[in-house]
Design a protein around this ligand. Sequence first.
Ligand code: AMP
Length: 392
Amino acid sequence: MSEHRPAPILPGSAIGVLGSGQLGRMFAIAARRMGYRVHTLSPDEDTPTGQVADVEVNAPYEDLAAVCKFASGVSVVTFEFENVPAETAAAAARCAPVRPGGHVLHIAQHRLREKTFLSEAGLPVTAFRRVNSLEELRRAAKDVGLPAILKTAGFGYDGKGQYRIFGESDFPLAWAAVGESEAVLEAFVNFDREISVVAARTMNGDFVHYGAVENQHRNGILDISIAPARVPDQVAQNAVEIARAVLAKLEVVGVLCVEFFVCADGTLLINELAPRPHNSGHFTFDANITSQFEQQLRAVCGLPLGSVTQFAPAAMANLLGDLWDEGEPDWAAAASIPDVKLHLYGKLTARPGRKMGHLTAIARSTDEALRHVERARCLLARDKVTHTQPVN
Ligand code: AMP
């Protein structure tokens, strides 16, 4: 699995990105700033990544000949979307180094493999059971207790493919909701808050992290991140040590995010791994010397990692498609707060729940950053409504 130290991939080289969403777009911005070329492959056209990349290849992930041709044209392949099929990563690996390796994708794209890996590694996870039939669901509920959450085993994200179970009468609906296919039943965690640690690791095992970030979700989708998290130092340190162990055990070369539940007594439980830059690390683009995207670039190119120093406390608010419900948000209104930065991903259609962009506020305290970013997001919506009302 581990590679010997090959020569670094230097500016001027082409980097291949599997996937073409906003994570690839911000990666491409960081890479182009440092003089690299970026190629992206996905089934879509005029994508957030493609709009910024040098080359946009439009092919299904299952088209292994296209994947191999794509990989042959770049010095290294990375990804911004972990749900690419294992065969795609394997096909790319025959033609170029793939970092992080396909084994990381394989584990992180499947909840059951991920949770099994973590618990076997002695890392703390929510109580869980594999479920393959309605009968197994009944038995699993006895083991983990109710309430619980049934989640699809593969290809889930942002709360998709999940069903909350409060009583036995919910079993048939929950089983139908996961498509009557392999699933994981998880105990419902009555957490105090959610945090994440975004970290990077090189081929030599060098490790950096952005500390604990506090995350607030709405409808299973990240809504707000606050950096640093408002948790005791010991909790933040424990989260970082767990993240360090995860990256080391998986031999990650690149960036990985560990998402946690924090219980009232400070106990940490890992909810999920994302083997790539993460929404909760977007603030690093504006608030840190080296962003999570540049860190991914440095790691996969075999360059030393950059400083993670954060200039000031920060807060990030996602802009979902719902904000477009009654027309275009008023961008000028958000720009009226000078310490708030606007990021839009170039997505052509706004749909409810779709991540269209985000705002980051930098301030003297996390509470102030949070106030600013929430106010900026309200202004976007409020002023839009004002514009659509008839003028007296
Ligand atoms: P996921 O897609 O698994 O990250 O879930 C999305 C969100 O749903 C999480 O960030 C939590 O807010 C909530 N959630 C997921 N699993 C659980 C759980 N076992 N207990 C309580 N809340 C959960």
